[in-house]
Design a protein around this ligand. Structure first.
Ligand code: FES
Length: 171
């Protein structure tokens, strides 16, 4: 029996084909050693995020406390609890980048996109994130767009970076 929480109607748990996919992943992996981790990985990669209702659903189906599932999801940064955008822009907040102007860049990003780090634009195009040192300190401040690092990014260059992602061909 599911503990009662409000489940948004677009949550994967409330959408038949998404829930069927979660059930399929559960059935295939629940008896494996380390099954919970495998299940969460599969759900993250096939659905793109693991919302609170999804965590509760998985916990109930595996007969483990929801705090166990929540603990794993919040410990590993590759799990997300909300949908990600088609592109991710990460701001390095290691010491060199912090000193080199990362906070000003983040301010600019907030102005340009109207969202905070940890959020996704309404059109689902871009997610902003903060990350730790990516090992390119001499290029500070560093911004990682999807898999590509950009060094010495100045706030006035940020709109150009975003345009490359949102213009036709940037998807
Ligand atoms: S501190 Fe940003 S790359 Fe090292």
């Amino acid at each position: 029996m599911l503990k009662q929480i409000d489940i948004p109607e677009n949550d994967p748990v409330a959408v038949a084909d998404r829930r069927a996919l979660i059930d399929e992943i559960l059935a295939a992996n629940k008896d494996r050693p380390g099954g919970l981790m495998v299940i969460l990985n599969e759900v993250q990669s096939k659905i793109g995020f693991i919302s609170e209702p999804m965590q509760l659903y998985i916990a109930n189906r595996l007969h483990v406390p929801v705090s166990t599932v929540h603990g794993v999801v919040s410990f590993y940064s590759f799990f997300t609890t909300t949908p990600r955008g088609r592109h991710t822009i990460k701001f390095c907040m290691g010491t060199a980048c912090y000193v080199g102007g990362a906070p000003q860049l983040i301010e600019k990003a907030k102005q340009v996109l109207g969202i905070e780090p940890g959020q996704t634009t309404k059109d689902g195009a871009i997610t902003l994130e903060i990350c730790r040192c990516v090992g390119a300190c001499s290029q500070a401040p560093v911004v990682v767009v999807d898999e590509d690092s950009h060094g010495r990014v100045r706030p006035n260059k940020f709109p150009q970076l975003v345009r490359g992602l949102t213009e036709p061909g940037g998807n």
